[in-house]
Design a protein around this ligand. Structure first.
Ligand code: AQP
Length: 331
């Protein structure tokens, strides 16, 4: 008998080049889970417009994200690739969920507080209700898990509270989603290693999935470490390089440099050179697939349109169910 795969939704904002933090925090888990679950992978442009952006750049950023998803190994025969704004059920569901979400819940989310502090323009309503839209993304597909990086845990906790609030008021409708954290759920910035690697901190702080070998080498060589020679507790930059090495290099390589560190004999320039080599080997095939796919924009466009349509059909059913529960079904 054919077993029905459980579904889940996960997404990334098209706010710039996707980097190895996005890859390790989200995309790598998507690929690993795609036989077991039916994944719906969103390019969440409605989230991206909650911060200042250039409208002219958006179509290219959406296309670039799709290329990264596919080049990383997302299989369109097993998974659904969609654009959030092409499925209006997302914003409609968000409106329903807004009505069961106290404003104070949204105001206490750390990422909101931090972004509100950073932005020099006034904060818009979209940024405040960002986690409610994220909850809508998740519940529309009755997701029981959501692969995310560590920074998204407060959003996911809020999504769970919203689900409980909705189910408590209108009866069991949605599943409480659980975070799925893979290895590398919090990769730090190369230039400011006390902050997480982020698109918004600029290209020098991250390794983009599309970076060329010489760019990878240059960025790693400039990564912040300390003056050495190792031993004792690691500084944030050194810890981050070891974290990357534990993921992208062999066990032997990791142990070799760890031993040199413990013996206070490490030369960070050697470590960086080896890490850069291993990153280049790991990301090389992805970059080649990306290049090949970029020559087939019609194919990618078609996948996005069909995927969004398919996601819309699933989302519609859940939205109808939620509206019925809320007394919003009239005819
Ligand atoms: N440094 C990171 N380490 C591990 N996971 C990360 N993620 C992001 N940064 C890291 C995970 O990537 C997924 C998509 O993130 P997003 O684009 O929706 O939002 P974000 O977390 O805000 O990503 P950025 O790069 O920091 O973007 P900007 O600078 O635009 O805000 C999420 O699962 C996230 O956890």
């Amino acid at each position: 008998m054919r077993t029905v795969r459980q579904r889940y939704f996960s997404g990334i904002q098209p706010t710039g080049e996707l980097h190895i933090g996005n890859y390790l925090g989200a995309i790598k888990s998507w690929i690993e889970l795609q036989d077991e679950y039916e994944g719906i992978f969103g390019i969440v442009d409605y989230h991206a417009i909650t911060e200042p952006y250039n409208p002219e750049d958006m179509p290219k950023m959406v296309m670039d994200a799709a290329l990264d998803y596919l080049a990383a190994g997302l299989d369109p025969n097993k998974s659904i690739l969609m654009i959030q704004s092409l499925v209006p059920e997302h914003t409609e569901m968000a409106w329903l969920l807004n009505t069961v979400t106290p404003v104070s819940w949204a105001q206490r989310v750390p990422t909101y507080k931090e972004k509100a502090r950073q932005l020099d323009v006034s904060v818009n309503m979209g940024l405040l209700s960002y986690p409610v839209l994220m909850a809508a993304d998740i519940v529309l597909y009755k997701s029981s898990i959501v692969p995310v990086g560590e920074d998204q845990l407060p959003h996911l906790e809020l999504a769970r509270e919203i689900v409980r609030a909705f189910n408590g008021r209108f009866g069991d409708t949605f599943l409480e989603p659980h975070a799925y954290l893979g290895r590398g759920a919090r990769i730090m910035s190369l230039t400011e290693p006390t902050k997480k690697m982020s698109k918004s901190l600029g290209p020098q702080n991250y390794i983009a999935l599309a970076d060329k070998p010489d760019e990878i080498r240059r960025k790693i060589s400039r990564a912040v470490t300390d003056i050495g020679p190792g031993g004792g507790p690691m500084s944030p930059g050194v810890r981050n390089l070891f974290e990357l090495m534990s993921i992208f290099s062999s066990e032997e390589t990791y142990s070799h440099f760890k031993r040199l560190y413990d013996e206070r004999k490490i030369r960070y320039s050697d470590m960086k050179q080896k890490l850069a080599d291993d990153l280049i080997s790991a990301l090389g095939p992805l970059r080649e697939r990306r290049l090949a796919l970029s020559l087939r924009p019609e194919y990618v466009r078609d996948l996005l349109i069909k995927g969004s349509r398919k996601a819309g059909e699933i989302a519609k059913q859940t939205l109808i169910e939620a509206k019925e529960k809320m007394g919003l079904a009239y005819f």
